[in-house]
Design a protein around this ligand. Structure first.
Ligand code: NCD
Ligand code: ZN
Length: 375
């Protein structure tokens, strides 16, 4: 990462990335008005399909070079043919001249054929496979009902180095919604990692201190993505002073101590934690509803949102690793060569964004962020 103004003193410190730089950045205060980083990638995004896809894809493609695109369409992307077709639809939906590489994931079901899955990875159609426990979240009805049903597929993935993206929540009605991630670690994830230590696992959109600790203590084959919303809000944002559906996503935001643990992990410089927005657009009507959909649309100001967190934590020197390096390394993909910039200036976030002829309320709606993505 380059920090402006480019003084020798700063450049030297940005290589060592020690605590010294952080103190220096604070001292530089107002002079620190631009960040230049390698173009980042989004390791977890929902781009949807049809009109919604055409409306939202540019928001992600503007900031990110590549993205791991979630397969929870209706019907879900469960085989090679559907994977290729979805990739083509995403590329077709991109505005003229916009470079962006969608990395497609295969939605695992009880009936996933291990051979088809492996072939999809080897032919470059699928970058990873996604485990949704059945009914854990939006469009997951076809998900896996018992992990034993995909054991052979997982073993095959471990053998060929195909990463597994995990929605880490149990769906047991007996388990409190706020405990579902923790119980998933105990019942499913820890035993899985022990059974298949070679399997690359991305524990996605983690929301708890328990998940942070689990990932830190696991081997190098286990990493996690962290969303902007889980770094900014705790459950009060959703429930205090009225019910606020635009702060509702899955896994739900937890207590403050969990948010603080996530901020610690994201800004720690550990390569096990990297950017995954989980941007999940739903129309305003679908959110402001007696049974509102889970999902926060954060793509339009994703980098600005993460930058605010890193600045508040005095960790801008660790921003680039989180946004642009650790994820690609974990997936075994090359780092992007081009760079992008954020400027220190007011970035007002609109109340709504038009999409597919409807309004979507973005994350941070009506707020003003302190950094602006300038490309
Ligand atoms: C996602 C969606 O809407 O597809 N919603 C969400 O709250 N994150 C699904 C998911 O990732 O759980
Ligand atoms: Zn998601």
């Amino acid at each position: 990462m380059e920090l402006f103004p480019r003084t020798d003193f700063l450049r030297q410190d940005s290589v060592t990335r020690g605590p010294c730089l952080r103190i220096n950045l604070r001292e530089m205060g107002a002079n620190m008005n631009m960040i230049t980083i390698r173009r980042p990638d989004d390791w977890h995004v929902h781009l949807r399909d049809g009109d919604m896809l055409r409306s939202v894809v540019a928001h992600t493609a503007r900031q990110f070079a590549r993205a791991i695109v979630m397969p929870n369409l209706s019907p879900p992307v469960t085989d090679i043919r559907a994977g290729r077709a979805y990739r083509d639809r995403i590329v077709d939906a991109l505005p003229e001249g916009m470079a962006f590489e969608p990395l497609i994931t295969c939605y695992l079901t009880d009936g996933t054929d291990p051979n088809d899955l492996a072939r999809g990875f080897e032919e470059g159609v699928f970058t990873a496979a996604k485990l949704y426990p059945a009914n854990a979240t939006t469009n997951s009805a076809h998900g896996v009902t018992d992990i034993a049903n995909i054991e052979q597929a997982l073993a095959r993935m471990a053998g060929i180095g195909m990463p597994l993206c995990v929605h880490g929540e149990v769906t047991d009605a007996q388990i409190d919604v706020f405990d579902r991630e923790k119980v998933f670690i105990e019942r499913i994830l820890a035993p899985l990692v022990e059974r298949l230590p070679a399997l690359k696992v991305i524990f996605e959109h983690i929301t708890t201190e328990d998940a942070v600790r689990f990932v830190e203590e696991a081997g190098d084959t286990v990493a996690a993505t962290i969303t902007p919303q889980h770094l900014h809000i705790n459950r009060n944002a959703m429930l205090a002073g009225g019910i606020r559906p635009h702060a509702y996503c899955l896994p739900v935001a937890k207590r403050e101590r969990h948010r603080l643990a996530l901020r610690g992990a994201a800004t720690s410089g550990s390569p096990k934690f990297f950017l995954g927005t989980d941007s999940a657009p739903h129309t305003r009507e679908a959110k402001e509803n007696a049974c509102g959909c889970a999902g926060i649309f954060n793509a339009p100001y994703a980098l600005e949102s993460y930058a605010a967190v890193f600045e508040e934590e005095g960790a801008l020197d660790r921003f680039e690793g989180f946004t642009s390096e650790y994820g690609a390394r974990f997936y075994g993909l090359p780092l992007n060569e081009e760079t992008v910039r954020l400027e220190k200036r007011n970035c007002p976030v609109p109340e709504t964004i038009d999409a597919a002829g409807a309004a979507i309320v973005p994350f941070h709606a009506g707020e003003t962020l302190g950094w602006k993505f300038v490309g």
